[in-house]
Design a protein around this ligand. Structure first.
Ligand SMILES: Nc1nc2c(c(=O)[nH]1)N[C@H]1C(S)=C(S)[C@@H](COP(=O)(O)OP(=O)(O)OC[C@H]3O[C@@H](n4cnc5c(=O)[nH]c(N)nc54)[C@H](O)[C@@H]3O)O[C@H]1N2
Ligand SMILES: Nc1nc2c(c(=O)[nH]1)N[C@H]1C(S)=C(S)[C@@H](COP(=O)(O)OP(=O)(O)OC[C@H]3O[C@@H](n4cnc5c(=O)[nH]c(N)nc54)[C@H](O)[C@@H]3O)O[C@H]1N2
Ligand code: SF4
Ligand SMILES: [Mo]
Length: 768
């Protein structure tokens, strides 16, 4: 049953049910309920004055960037209007007035705390002083910053090779912190820089880079407003990128159409009651989706192939469906694609999708006559074995339509964490970039390693095998975010030292290496003062715009430090002031960091000046129709094979998704209002017909098991809920179900764990 480790810590926490209430899923998002939920949450955590001051400043050009998702702000934001329910929750969660320090840990051992749920752990509040968990001990104690740095430096020096250290980054950091951190890892001697995007949009990066030459999206916010068709695939913006709904609304008002490709009919995509418009508050809101295609999980490739096939038939009649001029001029691989696609039988493709042909034909008719098409996507496409190929298939569609590199058309991988794109841009990556290493040598004066480092799954394996011994995390909650929770727990516990640079308590502070440190840091809303000056950081949003962010709230304590400063002090301690980089000076004056970012990272220019006001866009070759770095100097059409899901009897495909009340592993509350689930997270969404066949009724309790490579994995105790989901498909929340995702099954080439298509069985344990 419950697997316990070296310290008697639980990986699972409590799995008691919490008194579920069910309602019908909502047919609209936001509106009054959204505002009420946001304000309630904000006021409870922050108090009235703090809430109002902070909200007035969030996403303003002279304020701070929302710490939640990476959705862009308009270039000219309007006062007091640029936030949403979930941004408010994220802010309240970070700016909470609840605090914990060494007294708290004196009374609560890591063993006791680990018995709680992730929701309960997060509620304790902000960590306000550096803490150490010494070998064999179960209580964290206070430690000075200098002693904490010295402990890390000592453990790093003990390693046989720099490659025994691993430096993880979660995407909430800033460009300045991420740059220093990445450069410290390299100066120390390793490219072991796993990153949350390895579990997130890595498949998008790989697919986009090899087809279009840049691992980022091509559109800007305004392009959505005037697109003729927006395809939203594998994404739930109502919950995860709420202000995207305003962009979809604008597109609809301008006459555009929306196609949603998703096994679920997500409320936010059905109808949006914009809390910032009269129509949204008093009227019925805006219906968003015109055509919903409830595709079976991981059957997007057959769906898009079928759509392309049908478009080919229409094009052979009229010659106007595809943009032949564009294809001739800019696209490679047309003939191969046309030949390749003929091998597929339309009926077989249709069967795989599970969608009504009439609906697909409606989408085909729409796409045939339009060319300003944007495809938006998120985790529903990336987290599959064939995530890279799935995205490439959508890019095929865009290229054939000539919907690339022109206004109101293109690619929109909607990023997760607020600065995950920036972190990657400024050098958080496990790959070797020879040009980058040359510039490091030239401007920073040291030789960066030229050996490929570990990504997330590589890091898990290395720690498990004893090859990774010191694990430093710039934010995040690696234990709960990574796949195969129990394997990852063993891996982490084999480390000599684990270091978490964090704001709030999470399970990665409890399931640790032999020794552990928590280095508490500022949230983005907090005022970062040095020598009487207010310092700011910069971030890059999902559409490649770099802008400044300056906090305004009083920091949670005077014993916490900013991320850049503490990283610089750690580097300075490690190098004992004896290194080509003046770390200490950079940690004090972020302009010095920005100058080096401009020197070392391509595309960044005069960042300290240019990111004022509305910021500046980084170069993007797709916007300029420049494919010169790709084979034959052209964008690439690709041949992608069909996914292979041979299910045995009683097997299902499970996707692990987010509820409306969480940010990744941070659980704000127990409701999923849009899906009609209240006060419970241990639920399994299931098709009614499947329930009947499995002899299950509503509220039956099941264990979910997966079986890969002769290993059975079990997520215990889930309540079955009948839901509008395609037959054969299941959905449950992450991170409770991460235990089912095998550590060694991930997307080809991007190595993103298969969190959206896990083959599982159900075992009934109790009648509901
Ligand atoms: N409030 C809030 N905001 C967030 C986050 C959060 O946890 N909370 N997380 C942030 C992060 S890091 C990220 S990466 C993003 C995640 O944003 P999303 O990707 O929207 O998040 P998920 O809940 O994983 O939802 C995946 C969607 O894909 C659909 N889907 C699953 N499998 C398939 C498939 O095979 N094909 C298709 N077409 N659809 C499929 C699911 O039904 C679901 O609607 O959100 C960011 N923003
Ligand atoms: N099964 C399954 N697994 C998944 C996913 C899935 O859909 N299904 N999604 C994956 C995705 S898309 C992602 S991005 C990863 C997320 O993986 P992570 O980024 O590792 O996880 P988070 O839950 O976002 O991290 C939350 C913690 O970050 C810390 N934190 C918050 N703000 C700050 C800050 O400003 N600075 C610092 N230093 N720390 C801060 C807090 O201590 C908080 O507890 O999870 C992945 N795992
Ligand atoms: S859409 Fe995302 S970035 Fe914008 S306010 Fe909402 S949570 Fe914050
Ligand atoms: Mo993500």
């Amino acid at each position: 049953m419950d697997k316990k480790f070296r310290r008697n810590v639980s990986v699972r926490g409590s799995d008691d049910f919490t008194n579920i209430k069910l309602a019908a899923p909502l047919r609209h998002a936001a509106g009054l309920l959204g505002i009420k939920a946001a304000i309630q949450h904000g006021l409870k955590e922050m108090g009235v004055v703090r809430s109002m001051r902070a909200l007035m400043n969030m996403n303003q050009n002279d304020g701070f960037e929302c710490p939640s998702c990476a959705w862009p702000d308009p270039d000219k934001p309007s006062r007091f209007r640029e936030f949403c329910e979930n941004g408010t929750k994220a802010l309240a969660d970070e700016a909470t007035t609840q605090h914990i320090g060494s007294d708290f840990f004196k009374n609560n051992s890591v063993e006791q705390l680990s018995e709680l749920t992730d929701y309960e752990l997060n509620k304790f509040g902000r960590i306000v002083e550096p803490l150490v968990l010494r070998p064999g001990k179960i209580h964290y104690e206070s430690i000075s910053w200098q002693d904490a740095y010295a402990l890390i430096a000592k453990e790093l020096r003990k390693l046989n090779s720099p490659d025994e250290a691993i430096f993880y980054t979660s995407g909430r950091s800033s460009n300045e912190a991420a740059f220093l951190y990445g450069m410290f890892a390299r100066a120390f001697g390793t490219n072991n820089m796993p990153d949350c995007s390895n579990m997130c949009h890595e498949s998008s990066g790989v697919a986009l880079k090899e087809t279009l030459g840049i691992g980022k999206g091509s559109i800007k916010l305004e392009d959505l407003h005037n697109a003729e068709v927006i395809i939203v695939a594998g994404q739930n913006p109502g919950t995860n990128h709420p202000r995207m709904l305003s962009a979809l609304e604008k597109c609809k008002e301008n006459g555009g159409k929306i196609i949603s490709i998703n096994p679920l009919e997500e409320s936010g995509l059905v109808n949006f009651r914009n809390p910032q418009s009269v129509k949204g508050m008093l009227g019925g809101g805006e219906d968003l989706t015109n055509i919903q295609l409830p595709v079976n999980i991981n059957q997007d490739i057959p769906l898009i192939k079928l759509i392309i096939k049908k478009l080919i038939d229409l094009d052979s009649e009229s010659g106007t469906v595809f943009d032949h001029d564009f294809i001739n001029k800019y696209v490679d691989g047309h003939e191969a694609l046309m030949n390749g696609i003929q091998e597929y039988d339309s009926n077989e493709l249709l069967q795989l999708t599970g969608v009504d042909e009439d609906k697909i034909d409606e989408a085909v008719q729409l796409l045939a006559s339009k060319s300003k098409i944007v495809v938006c996507w998120a985790m529903g496409l990336t987290q599959h074995k064939n995530g890279v190929e799935t995205i490439r298939e959508y890019i095929n569609l865009l290229l054939l339509k000539g919907a690339i590199g022109k206004p109101n058309a293109g690619t929109c991988p909607v990023r997760g964490h607020s600065n995950v794109q920036g972190d990657r841009s400024v050098g958080i990556m496990h790959h070797v970039d020879a040009g980058l290493n040359d510039r490091i040598k030239e401007h920073l004066g040291f030789t960066a390693p030229d050996k490929e480092g570990f990504d997330t799954v590589g890091a898990m394996r290395a720690m498990y095998e004893g090859e990774g011994k010191v694990f430093v995390c710039l934010g995040g909650n690696f234990l709960m975010a990574a796949s195969d929770t129990e394997y990852t727990a063993v891996a982490i516990q084999r480390c000599n030292l684990t270091v978490q640079i964090s704001t709030k308590l999470n399970r990665s502070h409890l399931v640790t290496g032999k020794a552990a440190l928590i280095l508490p840091t500022f949230g983005r809303s907090e005022k970062d003062m040095k020598n009487g000056q207010l310092r700011y950081i910069t971030v890059e949003n999902s559409m490649g715009r770099v802008r400044q962010s300056r906090g305004l709230l009083k920091p949670a304590s005077n014993r916490i430090k900013s991320e850049p400063e503490l990283i610089a002090e750690l580097a300075d301690t490690y190098f004992e002031g004896n290194h080509s980089v003046n770390w200490k000076a950079m940690g004090e004056d972020y302009d010095l960091i920005r100058q080096q970012i401009d020197n070392v990272i391509k595309g960044f220019e005069n960042t300290s000046d240019n990111s004022k006001g509305s910021g500046y866009y980084l170069p993007n070759n797709v916007r300029d129709l420049d494919f010169s770095k790709l084979p034959n100097g052209k964008a690439q059409l690709t041949l992608n094979s069909l996914p292979d899901h041979e299910l045995q009897e009683n097997e299902f495909v499970l996707m692990t998704i987010r509820s409306h009340d969480q940010f990744n592993t941070t659980i704000y509350g127990l409701d999923d209002r849009y899906r009609g689930v209240y006060n419970e997270r241990r639920v399994l969404f299931m098709n009614k017909q499947d329930m009947k066949e499995q002899e299950l009724i509503k509220m039956d309790v099941v264990d979910i098991t997966s079986f890969y490579d002769n290993t059975k994995r079990t997520a215990f105790k889930f309540l079955v809920i009948p839901y509008n989901i395609p037959k054969g498909n299941l959905a449950a929340y992450f991170p409770e179900t991460n235990v089912l995702v095998p550590y060694n099954h991930f997307a080809d080439r991007s190595k993103t764990p298969i969190s959206k298509s896990i083959v599982v069985r159900l075992v009934k344990t109790k009648i509901g």
